[in-house]
Design a binder for this molecule. Sequence first.
Ligand code: M6R
Length: 615
Amino acid sequence: MCGIFGMIGDSNTTKLLMQGLKRMEYRGYDSSGICIVDNNEFIRRRAVGELSNLEPLVVNLPNAECGIAHTRWATHGPPTEDNAHPHMSPKLDVAVVHNGIIENEVELRKELSSIDKNIIFKSDTDSEIIAHLLSNEIKNSGLDLKKSKDEEFISCWKKVIDKLEGSFALAVILKGRNDFILFARKFAPLVISHDGNKGILASDVSCIVGITDKVHYLEEGDWGLINKNGLKIFNIDGDLVEKEPKKLEWTLGDAELGGYPTFMLKEIYEQPRVVRDCLRGRLSREKIKGVSIPFNPRLLRIVGCGTAYNAGLLARYYIEQLSKIPVILDHAHEFRYGAPSGPKSLVIGISQSGETADTLAAIQAAHERGYPTLGIVNVESSTIARNVDTMIGIRAGPEIGVASTKAFTGQVLGGLLVAMKLGQDSKNFHREDLSYFDRHARMLPTSIERMLNDQNIKTKLWEAQQYFVDKNHAFFLGRNTSYPIALEGALKLKEISYIHAEGYAGGELKHGPLALVEEGTPIVVIASEGSSHKKLLGNAREVAARGAKVILITHQEDELADSHADLVIKVPRTHDLLQPLLYNIICQLLSLNIAEERGCNVDRPRNLAKSVTVE
Ligand code: M6R
């Protein structure tokens, strides 16, 4: 998604803005731009495509003290230079960068055109209108760009914000005014920071790491002005608010590769640490600690998107198995526009970023319907984390690769903690069950480490990837708790290798998908537990009989496996509830290897963004 970065008061602003844009590359973008205030003028540079196209355009820019920058992920109009931010007013006195969507753009354009029939919009974007509106407001209020005071611009800015419907994070600068930046946020993330000399605002904390370690997280509807001396934050009602800065969750190491060739690989290898951190202080032999369930629910609803949805599906199996409480799982975007009925239920929102627009809206919809909410979130300062009634932080650390890997592991563990807690509360999951689980959970990080360094597994993965590299379609099959892994495995493969991949529950094969299996179709079968495992092996036979190349991922104690696949990858045996996590890591590695062999950029897959902050 788009990224915003603005700086004031540092003589290295141009260089730092470019560094910030580089750090936000992982979010996904297709054009970029920068605008600085130099003496009495704006200097703006924009480019389509990679940041390397913008870099040569900024090398000779002066070292301004005030500027804004943007990476754009096209929504309104194609990725062209005209559509790239910053956008300017016709008089070239206002420059704006915007994340989000202005939903009443058409009405606002009409309103402006009725005032000035000759008005020309230079872009297809909804964002440009904001520069026009502010420029008009400044003119109508009779302000002088050079002489008027901050307060006067603040009141113009408020009038503009009040006209905007939709979602936005905004940073605005004015021609000849290198002494302040105006900002606002509504349903789109924005953080600001001030160290007494310089101010920073950004949609993503990755830009800020290394410059400062304290930030203010803005609330919905906050807006204001940041200048060289400090900042003024107003809430949605226009009241000045005092906020304590918070310590940044990121470190410089998080924003860098640390010797790994890609962030995706780095994050896959971080999973032993994620397991340790996520369970620390929460799991013991006797009870689940630090997980508070807002009330005693008779029904649970889980919402999430993409990988978070897949983790939610696994959580559903766990919760129903351990607590016997029924669970309904929805894509967050379906839930938000649905009309859920039935008993008052606990709504669990799962989100790595905590900023996914649909998941946030689903949480808000839950509140409106009077349902208590629980978030399973990675970024603990995020909007979702701050909006839910109670939160479980998965402690995965910043995830930069667009393909979610370590967050899935954390999300599943978060779901498992909820399931065990509900199971204990409902007396369906007993102390001895927990003690047995705890023993295995303590060994899990070591099992993952062993698996990641296992030469035999590496060789098998290499052999497996040969089945895929020249193929356009692949399938992943699972049953029961391995079905979510099949969905997640397919999602990972399609998003980074561009091979069309689908995950199915094995029982569904004969109801349609079997028609797609032909000679050489690669099919990954992910072992399940109990009686469904044999059924799944039967599915493996069915697809093999139709020429498929079957790769079976299972554990070391599975004796049936070898006769059921062209290639078997065996991982360490662990507790049934944890076993899917190991299978999933193998799927992550398989997708990564295939994507790299096909020459794809695994950290920045085409058309995708790390955090989907618009609908
Ligand atoms: O930040 P979230 O967990 O809310 O993100 C949800 C999805 O957008 C995300 O998991 C997406 O599907 C990933 N690219 C998958 O790897």
